[in-house]
Design a protein around this ligand. Sequence first.
Ligand SMILES: Nc1ncnc2c1ncn2[C@@H]1O[C@H](COP(=O)(O)OP(=O)(O)OP(=O)(O)O)[C@@H](O)[C@H]1O
Ligand SMILES: [Mg+2]
Length: 286
Amino acid sequence: MTRNAGTGQGEAVACTGLAYAFGETNAVDGLELSVAEGEVFGLLGPNGAGKTTAIRCITTLLPVPAGMVSVFGHDAARDRMAVRRLLGYVPQQLSADSGLTGRENIALFARVFDVPRRERADRVGQALTAVGLTDAADRLAGTYSGGMVRRLELAQALVSAPRLLILDEPTIGLDPIARTGVWQHINAVRAATGMTVLVTTHYMDEADQYCDRVALMHRGRIRALGTPDELREGLGERRRAAGAAATDPLPTLEDVFRDVAGSGLDDQAGDFRDVRSTRRTAHRVG
Ligand SMILES: Nc1ncnc2c1ncn2[C@@H]1O[C@H](COP(=O)(O)OP(=O)(O)OP(=O)(O)O)[C@@H](O)[C@H]1O
Ligand SMILES: [Mg+2]
């Protein structure tokens, strides 16, 4: 894949100077972000960092009041429909309807995302197969386990064959086997289609294992960017320069996270709304 971030060529997502405020809260505050076509890009950061808000601007669900967002060269403010046609989105909050079957939920997304009518039944069937839900397809989603619901939501996002898949905490509340399963499904689709993936997660092991590059967001901006190895080695070097022994173990990605976000965690740990909404999601899918 071409890695040519910054020029528009081979760039799946570009945010320049993106800002979004809720009243007095500057949720996104001058965000610079470039996701290259074909990569798995992890957006990490503490509760309240602005990840979901930034993602909602990229998906066109929120407007772009300041700065610019483009998806495969399409301006998210001016060309919303073109952007929407290119992406699949698994939101942080529950998006499946418990009163519909798995198949009906996916069919609904196929219709909303403009999958041609004559292709819909096939594409829904393929999406169900891709996430291993064929046997449960005709049961109400309300009877699914948390892991099944998250896989259903993944199928909803994949049914339109997106060039860009955006996942906001796709594995929250899942057991280790279910988490691995979700990633296996994502990677199988990537291998077949070259799809780009933009994902947020609080699981550092997932970011380390599955992301080509990660960005650490804090207070509305990117504070560190690189491959997981680069970020670890960078912190190791800084620690050695500050007097740490050369024999000290290499920092983990969690150490990098603490280094970037640690100082502000107390006052920025997310207000009650964040905690409550995250718990609700964890509870409902878990
Ligand atoms: N609808 C809203 N109304 C008011 N404030 C909001 C709203 N949504 C988000 N915020 C605020 O914007 C800031 C960023 O929130 P956001 O949900 O983008 O963070 P996040 O990085 O996704 O956090 P988390 O890891 O908890 O999901 C927080 O201070 C939050 O309280
Ligand atoms: Mg969020």
